[in-house]
Ligand binder design. Structure first.
Ligand SMILES: [Zn+2]
Length: 114
């Protein structure tokens, strides 16, 4: 059983990391207590989300990198309240800090043939 025990990165307590990851997920070097009570371990890591948007007949996928989960959630909420095939995208989205890292927009204007 020794090999399954690790010292928690946060509090130093020994814990069964396999059982912890299996039960609550997250890092293998943070115990269950710290995982549940501490700050979100992903809070300060870039969050990649994909959003489906539409242009004409073709759907498009926007892949955005957010500075944090909070930003991603904020964008998601703004997106959900603004999205729709015929709705204009406005309000809220520009307030969120994100970087567009990828985009695959349907080409409905034959721009590639210019
Ligand atoms: Zn701990």
């Amino acid at each position: 059983m020794i090999g399954k025990m690790r010292a928690c990165r946060e509090c130093g307590d020994m814990f069964d990391w396999q059982a912890k990851v299996k039960r609550v997920g997250g890092y293998a070097n943070v115990c269950t207590d710290c995982h549940l009570s501490g700050p979100d371990p992903d809070a300060n890591t870039p969050v990649i989300r994909g959003f489906v948007t539409g242009s004409g007949k073709m759907a498009a996928m926007q892949i955005l990198s957010f500075g944090s989960n909070a930003d991603a959630e904020a964008y998601g909420r703004a997106w959900n309240s603004n999205s729709g095939w015929n709705n204009r995208r406005s309000g809220g989205l520009n307030d969120v800090d994100f970087v567009k890292i990828g985009e695959n927009i349907g080409n409905n204007n034959h721009k590639g043939k210019q």
